[in-house]
Design a protein around this ligand. Sequence first.
Ligand code: CS2
Length: 488
Amino acid sequence: MQRLSASTTPVSALQHHRSLGAPGIVHLGLGNFHRAHQAVHTARALEHTEGPWAIVGVANSSAAVAQAMREQDMRYGVVEISPERTEVGVPAVHSDVLVAAQQPEAVLDALAAQETRIVTLTVTEKGYSYSPRTQRLDLDDPGVRADLDGGTPRTTVGRLARALQRRAATHAAPVAILSCDNLTGNGDLTGRLVREFAEALPAPEREDLLAYLRDSVSFPNGMVDRIVPATTDAYRAAVAERLGLRDETPVPAEPFSMWVLEDHFAAGRPAWEHGGVTFTDDVEPYELMKLRLLNGTHSLIAYLGALEGCDLIAESIARPHIAEAARQVMHTDYLPTLTMPADIDVEDYSAQLFTRWSNSALGHRTRQVGSDGSTKLAQRIPVPAAFHLAAGRMPQHLALSVAAYLRATTAPESTEHTTAIADPAAEDLRAKHAESGGTREFVAAALRDGLLGDELAAHTEFQARVAEFVDVLATHGVAAATEEALQA
Ligand code: CS2
């Protein structure tokens, strides 16, 4: 079978027919999410209005995707899949790909190039080198310390700051840095972390970088949303079947996609409004709605499902007691903490979420959503939990979410799907679990170092409730725990 390439891509699948302009965007984090979300919205925008907005994609360490994209003239299929239909599109918007671990200098050059006018990032919650407890740059992180000492930077924040220094010292052209990760106030946070890096530099360097940041760099906030699983052979087969071509690096995605942005681009932007992007002065309501109703509920579905032996999110949400827990956490715990965006109907939005989670054709796995809970949950749970606790109410299903995470992480042997959940804090949590005299003590130890911020670390009642749920999960299982949360 012929390989997907510039010359073999069928016109019917091509999502961007015009010639590619200059590389105006450098993207850090060449994962599936970027390739199915930002790349597709950008292809649609460029199809409408041409411009110098080709994307240079930077993989962090994995060379496989970059290699396959090079072999395919930067082309890959986005396999849009639902139980009703499968469609393959080819967003032809990348002009080059780099691998940061192998080409760190080339990455700095690309970020610092005058023609680069936007830097976008999908480096996941754990890629920002910040302390979830203080929300500040983690100056104890060895990577951050090494980047501050000089040499070729290895962390994302270090890379951005060093590239911005180089821009300031050479052409001083403005640039926007656009985080596309699931973090509250993702643009504000990124800007703050880069400024904190700058502030930790010696005096002359510090002042030059801070002045450039102030005058020429913007950090728009944005909300991103598309469920994008990992690539499997089934998706390679789908491209082969639909296009008659071999694609080594296709991306699966649900049909739904949403991107809401603040329009603060210091050096211009693609006509994304023609590519399905919503622009608004206030992203926060969209961001919080999505982080809590989708992502927060997703975590609960993933941990309860994995603990019950479900491989897929769709399998998990098909179980009535898990669906009920999802409804409860959404409606009772998350919704009261939100001001919904004016153009979104809450009933429609939540019904749509259930449909999206139930997409059985997608193959989205509980282990994918469950992984990295130690960095994800801090974005999803503490603020809503504190909201209810301050009003004297116990958010039962948020406590259950934390309990299910702790149980899945400290009893990985529960099922093959809990075994497969990866988390940078797993070892530490398991050690605390092994050392503690009982579940109460363990939960207190787990939260003590700021896993879910300072407020929950000090809230003994919340911890007691979490501990009770951990025990019920361990001795009676998921159905009993969801029943108990419902009855409480
Ligand atoms: C998920 C997200 O893995 C997770 O934690 O909740 O990746 C989710 O699928 C996306 O944010 C959807 O936009």
